[in-house]
Design a protein around this ligand. Structure first.
Ligand SMILES: [Zn+2]
Length: 202
């Protein structure tokens, strides 16, 4: 992920919607995590950039982004993100997935709607009638991940402090970075510098 939160918020390296949503806490495993979705408007922007909701739905929800209920929806978004971290950590370490919080959420969510084509993307055809619609595609992505082979191909970035998650789709399951160009390059430079520093002066 990038040092710049504006750039990081548009870097989608997870390979699945739910993992990209989990990655909206930048530098998650560092001493100074950086929140990429600090408010409901930012949540809508994320949905637009990641293309999880139709543009019309985002437009409808934009008109309500300052309602007090939007703050509650944002809190739910952050809570869901935390639950995704718990799920992924459980899968990474071979522990049982905590299903109870997930199933409680599913009980409150309607059945998946029909799909709609928008530009080059296929989206859930949600109307933008409820502020929590922002979370539903994330939740559906998470259930699909848990119930598929993705659950056995998860990884987390090994760069110091990053912690971003991804589905490792490399042939030999050797992916180490969220992005080789971003974290990989930075980490290689950091390690080379540390090595040079450690070398005794002749
Ligand atoms: Zn990374």
């Amino acid at each position: 992920m990038s040092r710049d939160p504006l750039i990081a918020a548009t870097q989608f390296f997870g390979g699945r919607v739910c993992l990209d949503f989990a990655n909206t806490m930048d530098w998650r495993t560092s001493d100074a995590p950086q929140e990429l979705i600090p408010g409901y408007p930012a949540l809508l922007t994320w949905c637009g950039n990641r293309r999880t909701l139709p543009a019309a739905a985002i437009g409808a929800l934009r008109a309500r982004e300052t309602e007090p209920e939007a703050t509650a929806a944002l809190e739910q978004a952050h809570a869901l993100r935390h639950e995704i971290w718990n799920v992924v950590e459980a899968l990474l370490h071979g522990r049982p997935v905590p299903l109870a919080p997930l199933n409680r959420r599913l009980a409150d969510v309607p059945a998946q709607p029909r799909l709609a084509e928008e530009g080059s993307a296929y989206l859930y055809d949600l109307p933008g009638a409820r502020l929590e619609e922002t979370l539903w595609p994330v939740l559906w992505s998470l259930t699909a991940l848990i119930a598929s082979d993705d659950a056995r191909r998860l990884g987390s970035c090994q760069a110091d402090g990053c912690g971003w998650y991804f589905v490792d789709e490399s042939p030999n399951r050797t992916r180490v970075w969220c992005s080789s160009e971003v974290c990989g390059n930075r980490e290689r430079a950091r390690r080379a510098y540390a090595k040079r520093r450690a070398r005794p002066v002749p």
